[in-house]
Design a protein around this ligand. Structure first.
Ligand code: MEV
Length: 403
């Protein structure tokens, strides 16, 4: 039997027989996870934090974030609280659909004009076949084509309704490709697969009164950092990492494909041939204005979303009736909140002050299991502003001696 065909318990035993120490796992949980993925031998858990008060288009949300870095959740909350003091963010989305790509080999007898005449009929044919998608408000919207020598590039725009739509789009593309292969002048299909090119774009904007972030000088520094991020790729990539801190944590919490978003985001950051910040921060009159557009090919149904209890918990936090458009707008707002918090920290006190204080909890957790000692040790580290492990060990020894 191949490894992937084994029961998960048998896979675990095989690893254990090789001397690999695996963590405990409940049998029912193991079985459930085995249904979700491949070669499953265990589970990896992430803490679920929340953003407390994110205001998007006048509506207040609790937002789940799955991430191991405490400063990411703290930053999102800090940014969101500043947004809230300024009336929240406004968001808008252009959710036309996601792209699929079919590339075919053509010969000298092929006529692009002839094929283009068939497109409306092909769209209709696909939408008749994929009726459930159409019933949910989606379907194929448009097919366009470009010929480069003997290669024909088809771009198919699919509205996936409330799902991310990767699987459905791939099925549609493969169905379309078989129909196209029968067309005169087309020799063979090279591939038919969705494209992760940026689509489903969401833009959020916030207008900040400098008084809510420490004054005009701070606001001007944030705007200057924004400008540097647009000019300098070394800064831009770090700025964008801060943005993805927020976006990825919500994407993971809601069971969405963060790899697809990361890939699309890199294209957007490079749209004019130079890698730039995805966010823009400028002084407009006496206000600091922040703006961010991200590609959000995400869903609230489909994939493993319904099957995962942990993900369903996230949707309960967000509000069960949430649409993919609203979720996209929430994610981009959190991303901008993380970005603002990072810019404020690095343009004033630096990030280490807050960062180390939060990381101190991890140091403490490694040194003692005793709840009382943990509290005492953390308080001592914070009051002395020294978060190193060696210093923590000394402090713990002192606490124990004094006991
Ligand atoms: C750290 O995870 C993210 C930051 O480096 C982002 C930034 O510099 O803008 C703080």
């Amino acid at each position: 039997m191949k490894f992937y065909q084994l029961e998960p318990e048998a896979r675990r035993k095989l690893l254990q027989d090789e001397g690999i120490a695996l963590g405990q796992i409940d049998d029912t949980v193991l079985r459930r996870l085995d249904e979700l993925s491949e070669n499953v031998v265990g589970q990896l858990r992430l803490p679920l934090g929340v953003v407390q008060n994110l205001i998007v288009n006048g509506q207040k949300y609790w937002v789940p974030m799955a991430v191991e870095e405490p400063s990411v959740v703290a930053a999102a909350n800090h940014g969101a609280s500043i947004f809230a003091r300024n009336g929240g963010v406004t968001a808008s989305s252009d959710r036309q659909g996601i792209y699929g790509q079919i590339v075919l080999k053509v010969n000298a007898s092929f006529s692009l004009i002839g094929l283009e005449k068939e497109f409306p009929k092909l769209v209709e044919l696909v939408n008749q076949k994929f009726t459930s998608l159409v019933r949910h408000g989606g379907g194929v919207k448009k097919i366009t084509a470009v010929q480069k020598e003997n290669l024909l590039y088809l771009k198919v725009l699919v509205d996936p309704a409330e799902a991310m739509g990767a699987n459905k789009t791939n099925s549609i593309l493969e169905f379309l490709a078989t129909k196209l292969e029968a067309h005169a002048g087309i020799d063979e299909k090279l591939f038919a697969i969705l494209s992760n090119y940026p689509s489903q774009l969401t833009t959020v904007k916030v207008k900040i009164d400098p008084e809510t972030i420490g004054g005009l000088q701070v606001a001007r520094r944030v705007a200057l950092l924004g400008k540097i991020g647009l000019d300098d790729p070394y800064r831009a990539v770090t700025n964008n990492k801060g943005i993805m801190n927020g976006a990825d944590a919500v994407l993971i919490a809601t069971g969405n494909d963060y790899r697809a978003i990361e890939a699309a985001t890199a294209v957007l950051a490079n749209h004019d041939g130079q890698y730039r910040s995805l966010s823009k921060w400028t002084m407009q009159g006496s206000y600091l204005v922040g703006e961010l557009t991200l590609p959000m090919a995400i869903g609230v149904v489909g994939g493993s979303i319904k099957a995962r209890h942990d993900v369903q918990q996230s949707f309960a936090i967000l509000g069960q009736k949430i649409t993919s458009k609203t979720l996209a707008e929430i994610i981009v707002s959190v991303a901008l909140a993380n970005n603002l918090a990072a810019l404020l920290a690095i343009s004033t006190v630096g990030i280490q002050a807050g960062h180390m204080k939060l990381q101190a909890r991890n140091v403490v957790a490694e040194l003692t299991d005793n709840e009382h000692e943990r509290k005492q040790l953390l308080a001592a580290m914070i009051s002395e502003k020294n978060y190193s492990e060696s210093h923590a060990k000394e402090l713990l020894a002192k606490i124990r001696k004094e006991k």
